[in-house]
Ligand binder design. Structure first.
Ligand code: CP
Length: 309
């Protein structure tokens, strides 16, 4: 099995075996991700980061991952500072990144842009989030976090909470959790329910998710609570956003109903859906989860570029 040169646009581009290989390798890379050990595995290789949409974690952790592997990074976080502003097409922008680098990481607000980029580029393309579509590397680091903390995914009770309609991280994650045999409960306002296509993805993997609006009930049996932000920027109608904003808030009162060893995850950024007081509890895993983006993305870049540590 080799991932050398492979595009990663969706988590479905990876088999279960490949996902496990990435996660096992990521575990070995933790001391390198923390800077405790040094490697030059990707010496001479260049990563392009093309961020057409805002990001803190995904871009910075990809860049950190490349630097920790001894490689270099070029790219932009503000497309208005590029020749797109002069009318250049996205296709030509991608062709340029292809000419200057060995692997391209792209984020865009339009679903399908990463797949399009993979068609224009000869170098491998990694989707760093496309609109309300997919976010496969977030999915990998989420799986890594659950496996590290719970030691298994099969039979683990996972509650996905919040904006399940527009939240791309939960679309990739629901499929992958079903692939690994987790029990799934989807909690959201009625108008932000998990898309049918994703529910069908889970059923195809042999997992029938439960959908509810009742968080207090769902949290009782949860081993993992995966919270998401209501994706304000993706609502076509601001009035619709105002109707659901603040629908759920995870706070100490709610956690009285939770198992002692519940872990709370969140892809971040959060706004009001997790009270800051929760950060100090042993349930809060979201900052560690965000760190896990570095070893996981190191593993992926290393395998795709063929420079093993
Ligand atoms: N989790 C995540 O995608 O965060 P950013 O939007 O900050 O990259």
């Amino acid at each position: 099995m080799t991932l050398v040169g492979k595009d990663i646009v969706s988590i479905r581009d990876l088999t279960k075996k490949e996902i496990l290989e990435i996660l096992n390798y990521a575990k070995k890379l933790i001391p390198f991700a923390k800077g405790e050990k040094r490697t030059h595995a990707l010496d001479g290789k260049v990563l392009s980061t093309l961020f057409f949409e805002h990001s803190t974690r995904t871009r910075l952790s990809f860049e950190t991952a490349m630097h920790r592997l001894g490689g270099d990074v070029v790219g932009f976080a503000d497309p208005t500072a590029t020749s797109l502003k002069k009318g250049e097409s996205i296709a030509d922008t991608i062709r340029m990144a292809d000419a200057y680098s060995d692997v391209i990481v792209i984020r865009h607000s339009q679903e399908g842009t990463a797949r399009l980029a993979a068609e224009f580029a000869e170098s491998p393309v990694i989707n760093a989030g496309d609109g309300a579509g997919r976010h496969p590397t977030q999915c990998l680091l989420d799986l890594f976090t659950i496996l590290t903390e719970k030691k298994k995914i099969k039979g683990t009770n996972v509650v996905l909470l919040g904006d399940l309609k527009y939240g791309r991280t939960v679309h990739s994650l629901a499929y992958a959790l079903a692939l690994f045999g987790a029990n799934l409960t989807f909690v959201s306002p009625e108008s932000l329910r998990m898309p049918k296509e994703t529910i069908n993805d889970c059923i195809e993997q042999g997992v029938e998710p439960v959908s509810t609006v009742n968080l207090e009930k769902a949290i009782k049996n949860a081993d993992v609570l995966y919270v998401t932000r209501i994706q304000k920027e993706r609502f076509p109608d601001p009035a619709e956003y105002n109707r659901v904003a603040g629908a759920y808030r995870v706070d100490l009162e709610l956690l009285k109903h939770a198992k002692e060893d519940l872990i709370i995850m969140h892809p971040l950024p959060r706004v009001t859906e997790i009270a800051p007081e929760v950060d100090k509890t042993p349930h809060a895993l979201y900052f560690k989860q965000a760190f896990n983006g570095v070893p996981v993305r190191m593993a992926l870049l290393s395998l795709i570029l063929g420079g093993k540590v």
